[in-house]
Design a protein around this ligand. Structure first.
Ligand SMILES: Nc1ncnc2c1ncn2[C@@H]1O[C@H](COP(=O)(O)OP(=O)(O)OP(=O)(O)O)[C@@H](O)[C@H]1O
Ligand SMILES: [Mg+2]
Length: 369
């Protein structure tokens, strides 16, 4: 149970500048999910919060107290990381016992209490039959559960989970999600959970943090991030299939606001229209959900974009098609299945009413006022 304040954090590895002036505030007991593309700096941030690595500049405070010079143990942080970091020569039980016997913990638990805790955690993670095996006799998913168990066993103040469930099969991963939330509700540990899986993040997070190239694009409740993205990157990162981003020019035709793309005009109404009226001639990014596009007949008139099929697949009775429209990627999702092959030309209606507009140069959300 601790507030975490990260301010002005900078870190480079040689010439690789991972982040430069990163700020993040996490309130006591929050379950944070940290989501972002590979290489954006998630693990580096987790290692610095844990005390395994140090920042070049900036500071981290737990409940207002600077922890920069404290070790992981002194910070009272539990960690389960991507590469497990288990002791391969010890048994599962030995690995779970290890944090309870660390010098900082000396005398805190009796042998009997340690056995009880190990039993409890092993039950929770369904690894009781594995307690006497050594780590190198386990599958990747089993090792991941041991790693998770080891991070939880001391009931730490802060729990840092770096893709803790990626190696589990879908069913176990799903079960583990609700276990993690249940454990969080019971222990009320401030938790930061890195994941690649947006469904997981949307389902679990009290605070969803979207990171890109070492910057935080948005940190807000999950539904707000999903429904009200702050940048075009966030808009295109979430959603399944993700929203499509179209580079458009805002303008008006016969007094009505429009977005122009490849000589095609998409009508903008309501709030979007007001945004366009406020910024005529501006280059913008229009983010559209997959349902905004429907296939058109070859010679149909209207707001029809011409594209080339780049990829297609079937998902649960529907068809996904990725279309290239003059170098811009458009994601379609339709239950009306059509036969397509890669390279086919396809024409689609685009309907902008569910869209969002972002500034072309910065990617920041545009609003009418
Ligand atoms: N020890 C290191 N030495 C040099 N570069 C590093 C080191 N650790 C990380 N990096 C670089 O820092 C950047 C951020 O890496 P990091 O591991 O934090 O990414 P990530 O967001 O966790 O990615 P992933 O989702 O693939 O795990 C990457 O460009 C990576 O190559
Ligand atoms: Mg990582």
């Amino acid at each position: 149970m601790v507030d975490i304040t990260i301010s002005g954090l900078s870190k480079s590895f040689g010439r690789v500048n991972v982040f430069d002036g990163l700020d993040l505030e996490v309130k006591d007991r929050t379950y944070v999910c940290l989501l972002g593309p590979s290489g954006c700096g998630k693990s580096t941030l987790m290692r610095i919060i844990s005390g395994l690595d140090s920042a070049d500049r900036g500071e981290i405070r737990f409940d207002g107290k600077n922890v920069d010079n404290l070790t992981c143990a002194q910070r009272d942080v539990g960690m389960a990381f991507q590469n497990y970091a288990l002791y391969p020569h010890l048994t599962v039980e030995g690995n779970l016992r290890f944090p309870l016997q660390a010098p900082m913990q000396k005398g805190r638990w009796t042998q009997q209490e340690m056995r009880a805790r190990i039993g409890e955690i092993a039950d929770l993670l369904q690894i009781t039959p594995l307690l006497h095996r050594t780590i190198n006799q386990l599958s990747g998913g089993q090792q991941q559960r041991v790693s998770l168990g080891r991070s939880l066993i001391r009931h730490p103040k802060v729990l840092l989970l770096d893709e803790p469930v990626t190696h589990l099969d879908a069913r176990l991963r799903y079960a583990m999600r609700s276990e993690l939330k249940r454990i969080h509700n019971v222990m009320e540990t401030t938790t930061i959970h890195v994941t690649h899986d947006q469904q997981e993040a949307l389902a679990m997070a009290d605070l969803l943090v979207i990171m890109r190239e070492g910057r935080i694009d948005q940190a807000a409740p999950a539904m707000e991030v999903y429904g009200d993205p702050a940048t075009s990157f966030v808009a295109s990162f979430l959603g399944d299939p993700p929203r499509s981003l179209l580079e458009v020019e805002l303008g008006e035709t016969s007094g009505a606001p429009v977005a122009r793309i490849n000589g095609v005009e998409l009508k903008l109404s309501g709030k979007l229209g007001a945004v366009a009226n406020a910024a005529p001639g501006r280059n913008a990014i229009l983010a559209l959900p997959a349902r905004a596009f429907t296939a058109a007949q070859a010679d149909e008139p209207g707001a029809v974009l011409d594209g080339t099929v780049r990829a297609h697949e079937m998902i649960e009775g529907a068809q996904r098609i990725v279309l290239d429209v003059s170098g811009q990627k458009v994601n379609l999702h339709s239950s009306a299945i059509r036969h397509v092959v890669i390279g086919d030309r396809l024409r689609v209606f685009a309907e902008a009413s569910d869209g969002m507009l972002f500034e072309g140069a910065t990617g920041l959300r545009l609003s009418a006022n």
